[in-house]
Design a binder for this molecule. Sequence first.
Ligand SMILES: [Zn+2]
Length: 153
Amino acid sequence: MIAFDLRCVEHHIFEAWFKDREAYEDQREKGLISCPVCGSTEVEKILSPVAIKKSSSASASSAKPAAGAGDGAEVQEGFLKAMEKIYKTVLENSEDVGTRFASEALKIHYGAAEARSIRGVTTDEEEKMLQEEGVQFTKIPVPAKMVKKEEIN
Ligand SMILES: [Zn+2]
């Protein structure tokens, strides 16, 4: 499961959950995703939070979301808590490079910058570029309210 912040043609912003990125692309192409405010199916993903972890640290191992499929409210609640935990771990252990994420990630990848854990945001185009360059990065599913909180700070 992954959460995306989406925006419709009328600029309404809403959060939606998908099994994975492919599920989002598939549903969007088929017009299955509609804006909860105006019902438009012309939606696009807005900047998504991403992170690169320098090395595996012990603190992250306990923050994995519960495995297994389920659709109950309890499962969803537990999943959101796990996501918040991962997000907090990332915040505490990485440098925020904001919209410079793609360029910083490339510098680290090619040894032009110090190897370190960074986080930031990318556009779809930047993500594709990073993938083509073979840069390993992680999507961070962040509750929308926490994204907004961080943007204000
Ligand atoms: Zn709308």
